[in-house]
Design a protein around this ligand. Sequence first.
Ligand code: ZN
Length: 170
Amino acid sequence: MIRPIVKEPDAILRRKATPVAELTPEIERLIDDMIETMHAAEGVGLAANQIGSPLNILVASPDAKPGRELVWINAAVTHRKGNHTSPEGCLSVPGISSPVERATEITMTGKDRQGRIQTLKAEGLLAKILQHEVDHLQGHLYLDRLKPGEKEPLLQKYRKLSETLRKIDL
Ligand code: ZN
């Protein structure tokens, strides 16, 4: 089921995710919904709080191909290497984007959707997506990584834009 995407400034985007203790049928459905919602929004990654769940789950689809998604439960970045700046946007802050500095290479640990422990060394686009989504699970947006002089004008632009969209939506 496609679910509505939570938008900035909703408080759940600022909350640190709760670890998943046990995989249940409800969590299975949540993961399916996250994957469906991510593709419907033409996103390449989604964190559970972006559809209103407090749980530590993220999905990623670097090649945007259905059926090849990565699922991470209780995800954590354990190593970061190098620095690289490239543009990022966010489904929860639509209409704006900005260059963001990230590690070039990361190591992730967590569980897959069968509950098996997985670790992964990632670089390039996948490393960028995973860092962006792990930030969400920590209650951070990519905007928080910008300098105050960059973040404020962008946020103002976003607020104006969402105000206009609300008026059109009626
Ligand atoms: Zn995002």
